[in-house]
Design a protein around this ligand. Sequence first.
Ligand code: ADP
Ligand code: AMP
Length: 203
Amino acid sequence: MTSEAKLSKDDITVVFILGGPGSGKGTQCAKLVEDFGFVHLSAGDLLREEQQRPGSEVGEMIQNYIKEGKIVPMEVTIGLLEKAMIDNDSNRFLIDGFPRKVDQAMAFEKEIVESSLIIYLECSEEVMQMRLLKRGETSGRIDDNVETIKKRFKTFIESSYPVVEYFRKFDKVHTIPCEDSIDEVYAKVKPIITELFKQKEQK
Ligand code: ADP
Ligand code: AMP
């Protein structure tokens, strides 16, 4: 990784938005971008873009992982995130769907930058499945189908929820129930970020 030379770590704010598939991460991120001027990076979107990029050496591999609801090897995902952070030249990043495994969390924070806090959107599988199937009517995504959704839930429980527990040890996690309407969920998310920037200004 070459991040140290290219990203000045001192004044960068990184917030991770975590939650199961369909919990509403992308939806809440869009609202935070409007209010706080973050650059929003979705690990899933970056992987899908790379998968579709003509000439990509890892495109086919990414497609296979996504279709199986599995976690793409972290060298690929962290590489894409790092590149996007350098290209965007901002000091506020909202990263959604990452880290999805504890080793990703540790590598990112060691090699790139430490996160300020984590918002965990807590949702039942029943609600997430309903949302994903509805999204699947128009998303064109190869993974918004019942078979892959079940696999994604399994991956979330086995590999990604432990990331939330890992960050809890550092007192960094804000858990938000997210089965209410988009605006009701956002009414709980927004004050957390307002407070974060208030504290940063006071430093
Ligand atoms: P994620 O990024 O976590 O996979 P999305 O933000 O794409 O989830 O949301 C999944 C689907 O659920 C989208 O179609 C979105 O419009 C819808 N959605 C998101 N949040 C809510 C909510 N609070 N209530 C109802 N539908 C929601
Ligand atoms: P998402 O768009 O967040 O629903 O992610 C869709 C799929 O992309 C996941 O099921 C994984 O296969 C892959 N993916 C997304 N984020 C990551 C990540 N942080 N690490 C590895 N694979 C990921």
